[in-house]
Each structure stands twice: as C-alpha cells, then as structure tokens.
Ligand binder design. Structure first.
Ligand code: ATP
Length: 664
C-alpha cells in the first residue's frame, strides 16, 4: 500500500526517460500519433454518413466565423461613406446590406452550432456503444483467469475503463472532438490566408507559427501532465478503495467494531493529498515554464505583425477595411493557439484508455498463447469422465511467483466416486480446482480426463462439465431465481428446475417466503430487495451447483461448501449430498473431518504433492499426517460438538432429512 513518500510506480512510471532524439521521437509517436490513429480508426463505427456530415459541418463552422469577420470588417469599411451620405444614401444602403448579411450569418452559426452538438452526441453514443461492447467482450475473453489476477493487467484495466466510468472523456467524445479540430484548423488556415492577403504573407506565416507554438505548449503540456495520472494510478486506486470502504455495507460492521473510522479517514487523507500534491507539482513543471517561454515568443511575433499592419495602413498601403480585417484575423488566429475544450481533454483521456485497451488485448493474446488456449483439438467424448480425472506430474507456479504451489503432483479422481482433498491452508487445494477447470494451465505436466489431456478440449465446453462451489462464490445482485439459474447460463432458464435445486439445497422455503418469492432481488440496493444470511447464501451457491448438475454437469466440486452452515445442517447436507451425487464424480475440499470422512477416497496434499491417500479408516489406522490432523480436530470438539470429528456416531442418530433438503 502506498502512502506519502512511498509512491508506487506503475509500468508507465518505470519507463526509462528518453535518452536520445530517436527515443524522444519514438515516445512522441507512441503517445501522440498512434493513439490518435486509434481514435481515427474508431470513427467508422459511428457510421460513415454521420462522420462525413459532421466533418463537413465542422469545416463550415470553422469557416463561417471567418466570413463573419470579413463582413464585420466590411461594415467598418462602409461606415465613412454611410456617415457622409446619411440615411437613404447608397453608402448607407450598402452598410445595411452588409450588416444584415453579417447578422444572418451570426444566426446561421448559432443554428449550425446546435445541429453540430446534436449530431456530435449521436456519434458519441454510437461509438461508445460499440466500444463498450468490445471492451466487455475483451474483458470476458481471457480463457484463464491468470491475466485478471496479475497486477500489471489490473493497472491497464483501471486505465482502460476510466473513461468509460465517466460521462466525459469517452472515446466517442474523443471522436467528436477530433472532428471538431477540423473547425479549428480550417479556421486557422483561412485566417492565415486573410492575413497574408491583407497584410503580408510573412505576417501570415508568423501568426501561423505563433499559434502553433502556443498550441504545442497547451496540448503537449496536457499530454505530459497525463503521464503523471498514469504514475499515480495505484495510489489513486488505494484512495478509491478507502473511499469505497466507507460507502458499502459489508465493512461497516468491522470498521466500527475495530474503531477504524479515524484510521481510515487519516489514511484516505494522506493518500489522496499525496496524489493531489504530485499532480500539482507536475502541473507547475509541465505548464509554467513552457507557458512563459512560448508566451514571450508569441507576443514578439504577434506584436511585430500588428506593428507591420499599422505601418502599412499609416503609409496608405492597405485600406481601412483591410486593416480592420487583418487586426481581427491576427487576434482570432492567436486565440486558436490555446486549449480546445471541445477536443483536448476528451482526446487525451480516450488516447490513454484506448492505448491501455490495446495493451490489455496484447496481454490477453500473450496469455492465451501461454495457456495453450488455441482452438479445441479434441471433442469431449460423451459421458466424460468415465474412468478418472488425473493430475499427471503436475507442476504449477502462479504467474510472477517463483515458488511452485504444486510440485509434480500425481492425483486421481475416480469417476463416479467422491474424493476429498485435505491439506493445511495454502497447500494448493483450490489451485487443483483451478487447474481442473482450466482457469489456469499447468506449468508442467498435464491434467487428463480418461487419459486425454484436457488442454486439447474447448475450455468453455469443458467447464460445462463442472458444477463448482468456490469458497468465495459470487452473491449476484440479481433475483433469487437468476442467482440459481446462472449455474447453467448456456441453457434457457427453467423455473421448475430452479425450484427443485432450491429445494434440494434447503433454501426453497426461505426464498418462497420473500416478498416476491423467487423473483425477489437479493440485494438491498434494489427496491423490494432483501439480503440473505451467510448460511443462506451458501445454500444459494449449492442450489446453483445443483442446477448445473441438472443441466448436465458431470463433476461436482465443493470447495469448503459448508463453512457457513451450522454443524447440524452440515451433517444433513453431506448425507443428502452423497445421496444426490451417488454415481457422480465429485471433489470435496474441506477442513471439517466430519465431512471429509464420508468421502469414498481421501487425498492428503502437502508440499505440493500427495503425501497420503485412502479411505478414512485406513488413513486413521496408518497414524500419519491425516490421522494427526483428524485427532487434533477431534480433541477440539471432544466432550462438546463431537459431530465435527466423529460425525459417524451422530449419523446413526440423525437420519437423512426426509424432505430431501440440505440441513434442517
Ligand atoms: N492468484 C494467485 N497468485 C499468486 N499466488 C496465489 C494465487 N492464488 C493463490 N496463491 C497462492 O497459492 C498457494 C495455494 O493457494 P490455494 O488457494 O490453492 O490454497 P488452499 O490449499 O486452497 O488454501 P485454503 O485451505 O486456505 O483455502 C497459497 O500460498 C496462495 O497464496
């Protein structure tokens, strides 16, 4: 975690400073040219017709103020004749005609401006819609979860979605902003031509250079300033996290009970002030010195041009109209050297987002290659697994980690049997499930189904063979029915099956008693929504897995499925579970020996390998690792809830729940 003085530096921050002209050029191309091309490539997704219309409209909107300038200068030029001739004279009529044209043009600019805004919003919505879909598809694409558990990817992700999270600076807005540049630059070009024609061509050139220098100072400064945003992404994430802790309900209990409020407020202040301070320093560095320098040069060039125009007028070389036009053109052109609010922030934000998205795409491609996620080479035979799922000398190291969690493990999960895996915290039990379901690929060795390497299967189809309840299963903020039916989203939801799964998981009665029954949202964030207890949520997760089994999943994996159930409910759950899954292949991970002992086959994992295997009685008799762990737990419950260690005795006293539900 970062705090003041201990800044985290992201990949961007660690990038070496450019040392040569070539490096500087390369960096400029990377930061300023390529991202702009990415924005330009987005334009067609807004519809070529709309883009063309907006481009033309922007050029017209850029040129019309110049025409207005010409007309107002003509008004000035006609004033002496109109004053001399008086009302009704030819001079007066000319003045009026030009004045009315200028007024009409002014109105036209206003109307076309509004039209441009409307079309811009339309383009923005279209582009953002397409890109949001693409970004969502990209984020859901990684076949494994490795990239999403990697810090580097999380940084990119945070950068990529930043512009989508807000209502401004979206890539769609950047497309609109890019087209708006046509208005600015066509206007500048027209003004330079006017200055050249009316005053002198060197003066036009000087004004063009001044404007572009100012512009470079502003726009280039914004780009440099944004590098700082990238550098503070992690600190910003910490500040956001600390802030979020205060706005969601789950941590509220602990924050109050541990008296964390003051600590939390202090930490938030420290982190967010440090972020602000860093930005303020960067702003001064990036903007102040270049601003002073460029302003001095600009003032010299613009002043010189104005002096030249005055001299030409005084010596009778240009008319009053030309002088008025020239001076106004110089002032308007110089004002184009600033920051363009309609374009600059949005393009900068989108450039960062699109570049981050690009890097994410590369990262996922890289990961897909690393994880052998190519097209399926072998069709999954019907009825897999028929004999066994096996880990064949599997070595596994998490990306970026030096030590292996699994170190040449050999393990067999016989088909149609219940295998329990036991081991201390961090032994790698959940990791086995991740490899079995291809959320990760082994570093060495292979996982096989009936002898076939599962790496050759289509991972999406392979995962449909599984009904998994992880320790950290998801509590979806959706209705109860949806929470269950998500167990098999590839088949149309079936209400009767949902209810049956809920009944089997022992949660049906509680759900039907909710205000809208199965249609009640399981979150208080929604009107009519409700919250379930920890144990009830666990039953929901069990129901979801049972729904998956009904939809065709053949392997049931339970990773600490009953930790939140009370002991009595747990015993009943396993009685019922064994009955329901009779003949199915199941893998049970649990620290509760009352559950584990009921499995057909128990495997003890330690040091990344299997150290013992066999049925409960044999392992206890062997007096090894398993027996020690079992005795230790039995002692803890001795004289009290002996059910935890010696469920067998209670099993006899407590028959299977006749309602066919888990728990009592
Ligand atoms: N995404 C990850 N990146 C790096 N290391 C990880 C990751 N996930 C888990 N680990 C590490 O791998 C080891 C095994 O984790 P795993 O979750 O498989 O253990 P476990 O046996 O299921 O533990 P527990 O009984 O506490 O649930 C742990 O040391 C853990 O810190």
């Amino acid at each position: 975690m970062s705090s003041e003085g201990g800044w985290h530096t992201s990949g961007a921050a660690r990038r070496p400073r450019p040392s040569s002209l070539r490096d500087t050029w390369g960096r400029w191309v990377d930061e300023a040219v390529r991202p702009r091309l990415r924005i330009a490539r987005l334009l067609p997704s807004g519809g070529p017709g709309l883009v063309l219309l907006l481009a033309i409209l922007n050029i017209v909107l850029g040129l019309l103020p110049v025409a207005f300038l010409i007309l107002t200068s003509m008004v000035v030029g006609h004033v002496p004749a109109a004053v001399d001739g008086g009302v009704g004279s030819t001079g007066w009529d000319r003045l009026m005609r030009v004045f009315l044209c200028a007024a009409g043009l002014f109105l036209l600019i206003q109307v076309l401006g509004q039209l441009g805004n409307g079309l811009g919003q339309w383009l923005r919505r279209r582009v953002d819609g397409v890109l949001r879909d693409e970004a969502m598809a990209l984020l859901l694409r990684p076949v494994g979860i490795g990239p999403l558990e990697d810090q580097r990817t999380l940084d990119e992700l945070s950068e990529a979605v930043r512009s989508f999270d807000r209502d401004w600076g979206t890539p769609g807005q950047a497309c609109v902003g890019t087209l708006a540049l046509l208005a600015r630059y066509s206007q500048l070009l027209a003004l330079v031509v006017i200055i050249g024609a009316m005053v002198a061509w060197p003066a036009g050139l000087a004004v063009a250079m001044t404007t572009m220098l100012f512009r470079y100072g502003q726009r280039g400064g914004l780009r440099k300033y944004n590098r700082v945003w990238q550098e503070v992404v992690r600190s910003e994430r910490e500040a956001e996290y600390l802030h979020r802790l205060t706005t969601i309900d789950v941590p509220a209990k602990e924050i109050r009970l541990f008296g964390l409020s003051e600590w939390l407020a202090d930490r938030y202040t420290t982190v967010s002030l440090a972020v602000q301070e860093r930005r303020a320093r960067a702003r001064r560095r990036v903007y102040l010195t270049p601003y002073l320098l460029l302003t001095s040069i600009g003032l010299l060039l613009a002043g010189g041009t104005l002096v030249l125009a005055g001299y030409l007028a005084a010596t009778g070389q240009v008319s009053l109209t030309a002088l008025a036009l020239g001076i106004q053109a110089v002032i308007l052109a110089i004002s184009l050297g600033g920051y363009y609010p309609e374009a600059d922030t949005s393009t900068q934000m989108a450039m960062l987002s699109l570049s981050a998205l690009r890097r994410l795409r590369d990262r996922f491609d890289e990961s897909a290659a690393e994880h052998r996620c190519g097209p399926a080479r072998v069709t999954i035979p019907a009825g897999t697994p028929r004999s066994a799922l096996t880990f064949d000398r599997v070595v596994f190291r998490y990306p970026g980690s030096r030590s292996a969690v699994l170190d040449g493990i050999d393990l067999e999960l016989p088909a149609g049997r219940c295998t329990a895996v036991v081991g201390v915290n961090g032994a790698g039990k959940t990791t086995l499930v991740k490899l079995l379901t291809r959320l990760y690929e082994p570093t060495h060795g292979s996982v096989r189904a009936d002898g076939l390497d599962i790496a050759a299967f289509d991972p999406v189809l392979w995962r449909r063979q599984f009904a998994v309840i992880f320790q950290d299963f998801v509590r979806y903020e959706l209705t109860a029915a949806e929470n269950i039916a998500l167990g098999a989203s590839h088949v149309p939801p079936d209400r009767a099956v949902v209810l049956r799964a809920a009944q089997r998981a022992g949660i049906a009665q509680a759900l039907l008693a909710l205000p809208d029954g199965l249609d009640t949202p399981l979150s208080r964030a929604y009107p009519g929504g409700t919250e379930l207890s920890g144990g009830e949520w666990q039953r929901m997760a069990i129901a979801r897995a049972l729904y998956a089994v009904e939809a065709g999943a053949r392997v049931l994996v339970l990773d600490e499925p009953t930790a939140a159930l009370d002991v009595r409910a747990e015993v009943t759950f396993f009685d019922r579970f064994l009955e329901l899954t009779q003949g199915a292949t199941s893998l049970l991970i649990s620290h509760r020996f009352s559950s584990v002992r009921r499995a057909d086959h128990i495997v003890v994992v330690d040091g990344g390998r299997v150290v013992e295997r066999g049925p409960h009685d044999e392992l206890v008799a062997a007096g090894g690792h398993y027996a020690q762990l079992f005795t230790l737990q039995a002692q803890q419950f001795a004289g009290g809830l002996d059910i935890a260690a010696g469920g067998g005795a209670n099993q006899g006293r407590r028959p299977v729940d006749l309602r066919g539900e888990v728990g009592g």
